[in-house]
Ligand binder design. Structure first.
Ligand code: HEM
Length: 283
């Protein structure tokens, strides 16, 4: 199964953006019960849809990131066998370590997607220079590649003059081996993990059954020691709303009811929010 039978994170509970907390390197990467199914899907996406899921292959910092992920897995996850030329994953699949394609290789190692951002001496902000992104939630690398943080978030109403400098400051004070973590949540009318936004008119598909899935992104930022670039990781967890606990369902309803109009519009309009609320209340 590519989805979980429970919701391990509850980012809709009241908190203040950007809401990032420190993380030990041992907890930087997460593996869960959906690993085997998600990794099989990632293998396929990397093989067949490289032009969608990869950008900036071989960019500065990509090989350093691959080495860091390999070293982290070797030390902190006994179920990986990390060799010189290949890695045996916990699902027993073997991934050849192709150093000429570090991002494509990374895409087949963990459930996390990775984005590399660089801030040059002349830049005020970090700029997206490379990524492996198998599980985007309705955005595309082609649209964000080469762009700085504020421009990447131009459609996001809460990413405003209050929030943007606070996020940039977090990137500026990052230190190697001290990742920061946050989580983001969305409700989707389909469970599909790979949802690149292919063009402007690509509207949210409405599921005729009226079912909803909670989509949580566990996101981290981390500084690479040698290049100094920032890494943004995204692990996507999908849970059918039927699997929420009663407390989770009630608090999610409260969060949806409190969602500002601008964010409702950004997420597909108030009709979509009302449909999701009706589905949650009916459970
Ligand atoms: C680490 C600090 C960050 C914070 C606090 C933050 C915050 C947010 C928020 C609140 C949203 C709206 C989510 C929603 O739909 O409810 C968002 C969307 C998004 N974020 Fe971030 N973000 C961060 C870093 C990044 C980075 C490093 C990237 C680099 C790729 C990124 C890419 C995006 C994209 C692509 C979207 C969707 C934008 C769209 O629909 O056009 N974010 N972010």
């Amino acid at each position: 199964m590519m989805e979980l039978g429970y919701a391990p994170l509850t980012p809709w509970l009241p908190g203040r953006l950007p809401g990032m907390s420190p993380l030990a390197m041992a907890d930087w990467l997460h593996r869960d019960e959906a690993f085997a199914a998600q990794m099989a899907y990632r293998d396929r996406l990397v093989a067949e849809r490289g032009e969608i899921v990869l950008a900036g292959e071989g960019c500065d910092g990509a090989e350093e990131l691959l080495d860091l992920v390999l070293a982290t897995l070797a030390v902190h996850d006994r179920d990986y066998e990390v060799g010189e030329d290949a890695v045996r994953r916990p699902d027993s699949e073997t991934v050849a370590l192709d150093r000429s394609r570090p991002l494509a290789t990374l895409g087949r190692l963990t459930q996390e997607d990775f984005v590399i951002l660089r801030k040059g001496p002349e830049d005020a902000e970090h700029v997206l220079i490379g990524a492996i992104l198998c599980f985007p939630s309705r955005w595309s690398l082609a649209e964000k590649f080469g762009r700085p943080l504020v421009a990447i978030h131009e459609r996001v109403p809460v990413y405003d003059v209050g929030l943007a400098p606070r996020v940039q400051r977090l990137f500026d004070v990052l230190t190697p081996d001290r990742p920061l973590v946050r989580a983001n949540w969305l409700l989707h009318p389909i469970s599909e993990l790979h949802q690149p936004k292919l063009f402007e008119g690509n509207k949210k598909p409405h599921d005729p059954t009226g079912r909803f899935w909670l989509r949580v992104e566990r996101q981290s930022i981390l500084k690479l020691r040698s290049s100094g670039h920032a890494v943004f990781s995204i692990k996507t967890l999908v849970t059918p709303v039927e699997a929420l606990t009663e407390d989770q369902r009630q608090s999610l309803i409260a969060a949806l009811e409190a969602k500002p109009k601008a964010m409702q519009d950004y997420h597909g309009g108030s009709a979509f929010t009302q449909m999701a609320l009706a589905a949650l209340r009916a459970l």
